[in-house]
Structure formats: structure tokens, C-alpha cells
Design a protein around this ligand. Structure first.
Ligand SMILES: Nc1ncnc2c1ncn2[C@@H]1O[C@H](COP(=O)(O)OP(=O)(O)OP(=O)(O)O)[C@@H](O)[C@H]1O
Ligand SMILES: Nc1ccn([C@@H]2O[C@H](COP(=O)(O)O)[C@@H](O)[C@H]2O)c(=O)n1
Length: 212
């Protein structure tokens, strides 16, 4: 069974995907980390995010990136990731890794932007997790402050809106709700409420009870 979880930045899709993986005992892949690994590689060799050729070359470095490297979660790397993810060649270079993970006999949970639309269009259950830009900016700010950083809410909101526009507006695999995905707006939900709602929606799709 594959569960696809898509949504915009800081909507809570990763939190939900990890909780679903625990609940249904499935392995989880955060596909944003692949794009972040390309971005970090590019950044470290001084490559130009405006060059599709250099971004494609950076894809060769993904396997060498330590998945626990804190720089992967930095704002600059997230912003470069959102730029280089628009290149069709970069997306193609990362496709097999994601499909291979999704094809595990155990099943899998993947979260990203195009899981339900492109990577696993026949996923058994699909969620499109969203929240208002203002709520997402608040969450991202709290995350940044929690890591010891500083930022202004207005700047974080500008970045969130720019990321939304790039992710939704690109020609290659844009961020979009799959026609057969369930919409989950977490704007007014706590983490526990959002996770419980996600488990209920997936359980309905797969014909199981939400208790397991
Ligand atoms: N329902 C919620 N209520 C309050 N905070 C939440 C909620 N869901 C997630 N968060 C918090 O918001 C932040 C972003 O959540 P998360 O990383 O799950 O989002 P994401 O959509 O996966 O982000 P990204 O696109 O950057 O990978 C985290 O600090 C998380 O703990
Ligand atoms: N399936 C995906 C996942 C991510 N991206 C791009 O990567 C950027 C960083 O992702 P996070 O989820 O870690 O914030 C994101 O802004 C997307 O541009 C993608 O295109 N497809």
C-alpha cells in the first residue's frame, strides 16, 4: 500500500506523513530532502541555481549527502531547492529513486509536491495537506526560532508565498491536488488533530478502521 502526501511548504505534510508511517507501519520518504540534497551539493560547489546544466550535475552528489546534515533544512537550501526543482532534467534524475522506494513490497508513505500526481499516480490513498500562508509562516517562524535562528514573520511569509508561486506555477510536475486526493486543511488543527484526521481519511480509503 502506498500513501501519497502532498502539499505546500510548512503545511504539516511531513509531520503527517511520519505519523501515518508509524501508524500503518510503513517506511517513509521525505522527497523534499532529495531536492534539498541537490541544492546543498550545488551550493557547496558554488554552482549557479539559474543553470539547469549545473543543477543536473549536482544530482550526481545526492548519494554523498549526509541525510542528518543540518544545512539541508536551512532556508537558503530550501530556496535553492525550490528553484532547481523546476528543471525537468533534475526531476527526471530523481524519479527512479522515488519510484523504487514506492515499489517496496512493504508499501510506503512518500511526501512531497507531486507524489499523487506524478510519482505514484495509482497510490492507494492520497492526501493534499494545506494551511493558509499566514499559518504556515507562523509555523515556519516557530521552527526557525526553535533552532536558535531569528527572522521576521513578514519575511517568512514573503518566502512562503514565493515558494508557493514557484512550486505551483512551474511547467514540470507543479504542486497540485490530485483529482482523487483528499484535502486536509490543517490551519485550525493542532498536530494531534491533524494526524487523527489524516489517519481517518486514509483508513476510509483503504477500508480499515482508524485504530489500526
Ligand atoms: N497542525 C499543526 N499545528 C501546529 N504546528 C504544526 C502542525 N503541523 C505541523 N506543524 C509544525 O509546523 C512545522 C512544519 O511542519 P512540517 O515540517 O510537517 O511541514 P512540511 O509541509 O513537511 O514542510 P516542508 O515543506 O518544509 O517539508 C513543524 O515545526 C511542525 O512541527
Ligand atoms: N516532490 C517534491 C518535493 C520537493 N520539491 C521541491 O523541493 C523544495 C523543498 O522541499 P521541502 O518539502 O523540503 O520544503 C520545495 O519547495 C519544492 O520546490 C518538489 O519539487 N517536489
Amino acid at each position: 500500500m502506498v500513501i501519497a502526501v502532498d502539499g505546500p511548504a510548512a503545511s504539516g505534510k511531513g509531520t503527517i506523513a511520519r505519523a501515518l508511517a508509524r501508524h500503518f507501519d510503513l517506511p517513509h520518504m521525505d522527497t523534499g530532502m532529495l531536492y534539498r540534497a541537490v541544492a546543498l551539493t550545488l551550493f557547496r560547489f558554488g554552482g549557479d541555481p539559474a543553470s539547469a546544466f549545473e543543477a543536473l550535475r549536482a544530482c550526481d552528489g545526492v548519494a554523498q549527502v549526509d541525510p542528518t546534515d543540518p544545512d539541508l533544512r536551512s532556508e537558503i537550501v530550501g530556496s535553492i531547492a525550490s528553484r532547481i526543482s523546476a528543471y525537468p532534467d533534475v526531476r527526471a534524475a530523481l524519479l527512479d529513486r522515488q519510484r523504487h522506494f514506492a515499489s517496496r513490497s512493504s508499501g510506503a508513505v512518500l511526501d512531497g509536491r507531486d507524489i499523487g500526481t506524478v510519482i505514484v499516480p495509482d497510490a492507494r490513498a492520497k492526501l493534499f495537506v494545506t494551511a493558509s500562508p499566514e499559518v504556515r509562516a507562523q509555523r515556519r517562524l516557530a521552527e526557525l526560532v526553535g533552532r536558535g535562528g531569528t527572522a521576521h514573520l513578514e519575511d517568512v511569509l514573503i518566502d512562503i508565498r514565493a515558494r508557493d508561486a514557484r512550486d505551483s506555477g512551474r511547467a514540470a510536475a507543479p504542486l497540485a491536488q490530485a483529482v482523487d486526493a483528499d484535502l486536509l486543511d490543517t490551519s485550525d488543527l493542532s498536530v494531534d488533530e491533524a494526524v487523527a484526521a489524516a489517519i481517518r481519511l486514509v483508513a476510509q480509503r483503504i477500508g480499515a478502521t482508524a485504530n489500526g
